[in-house]
Design a protein around this ligand. Structure first.
Ligand code: NCD
Length: 360
């Protein structure tokens, strides 16, 4: 079917996976909604300013309610009738534990598979059949997969069955990590709440921008804020992808590319450091790159603005010297905890429990 023939949501259901996957984002988003509400969470482009606002308010409220036993006990009643499957077949610490904790906060029961070597995939079952199996037992799949597009494929496939359940993308190959982008944005929102908000800020993103999914997903979200200036700092080979540059141009978002970290740090209101993603190397190419120029050290703190914040999705290697951790501008540990709150808000939202939280 030619793309021009795709008129509505119904037509999308008739496409093969490859045809669907190659459909422009704007046309496929409806496939992952139900009654005008997000059903699957797969890409950052799904988050409208209205949804972001709801999620931030819900997360703020959950944080307050969770401060005492009475509040925590109440939160645990909200989704005590729901079960989640955590299917994480790519390494994860924070995303896995924060999602698991988010489920626990809302009283959900969780099951987990953390490697294809312990699932029937080792017996030759396809990822698709494995995922369809989860829908027999769970009400939501939260998944991390090494293959780009696998979360989208899972949701696309399940939405055509008689038992569709929500799919949440906890990282899909080099492509996207939308809930990391949400927690990053929430951290920027909280950090700049007394200094005019996220708009008009200079945000420096440094490191492996070519293969880092967090930078890609965060860039999509920053579209919603006026006057943002983006500076992408990386070795030439690890520069930000052409698809992201087209997105920036299309939305008239000013950006620069440079290899000079020191110069960029002077301008930063926020600096977002990332590690080299060498697990995606094809031929050990990371070994050829001098990544030390993209390490933030204690010396750099002297040239940074007093009001700036330092972020990292973690895990880190040497991109941020541990001596930086004591500086009040270091935000990455708080950023990590914000992840639990915003993921709790997201799960509540997907099950329609955000209203009762906001009204509490
Ligand atoms: C990131 C990821 O998995 O993309 N980690 C995370 O989820 N906090 C970043 C990384 O692994 O470098």
């Amino acid at each position: 079917m030619a793309k021009s023939q795709i008129k509505n949501y119904q037509d999308l259901k008739k496409l093969s996976w490859d045809e669907f996957h190659n459909t422009p984002m704007i046309n496929k988003l409806k496939h992952f909604e139900k009654d005008g509400h997000l059903f699957d969470c797969l890409f950052s482009q799904q988050f409208t300013p209205k949804i972001i606002d709801t999620l931030f308010n819900t997360a703020d409220k959950i944080r307050k309610i969770a401060k005492n036993k009475e509040g925590l006990d109440w939160l645990q009643t909200l989704l005590s009738h729901k079960r989640a499957m955590l299917y994480f077949v790519q390494p994860s610490t924070r995303t896995f534990v924060s999602f698991q904790s988010a489920c626990h906060i809302l009283g959900m029961k969780v099951s987990e598979i953390r490697s294809t070597s312990t699932s029937s995939e080792l017996k030759g079952e396809s990822a698709e059949d494995t995922i369809r199996t989860f829908s027999s037992y769970a009400d939501m799949i939260i998944m991390r997969h090494f293959e780009e597009g696998m979360a989208e494929k899972a949701a696309w496939m399940l939405n055509k069955t008689k038992r569709p359940i929500s799919v949440v993308n906890g990282g899909s190959g080099k492509d996207q990590h939308p809930t990391q982008a949400l927690l990053d944005l929430y951290t920027l929102f909280l950090s700049f709440s007394k200094t005019g908000g996220i708009q008009n800020k200079t945000i420096v993103m440094a490191g492996d921008l070519r293969r880092g999914r967090t930078v890609r997903s965060l860039t999509y979200l920053l579209k919603h804020y006026k006057g943002i200036r983006l500076i992408y700092v990386s070795p030439e080979y690890l520069g930000i992808g052409d698809d992201i540059k087209s997105f920036l141009k299309k939305h008239k978002m000013p950006y620069e590319e440079t290899a000079n970290l020191t110069k960029s740090l002077r301008l930063a209101d926020a600096v977002y450091m990332t590690r080299i993603q060498d697990e995606y190397d094809i031929n050990n190419e990371s070994k050829e790159i001098d990544y030390s120029k993209f390490h933030l050290t204690k010396e750099h703190l002297k040239i940074m603005k007093k009001s700036a914040i330092i972020m990292h999705p973690l895990p880190r290697r040497q991109e941020i010297e541990t001596a930086v951790d004591d500086d009040p501008r270091a935000m990455y540990w708080r950023q990590e905890r914000n992840g639990m709150w915003i993921r709790t808000a997201l799960i509540a939202y997907l099950f329609g429990s955000d209203k009762v939280i906001l009204d509490a």
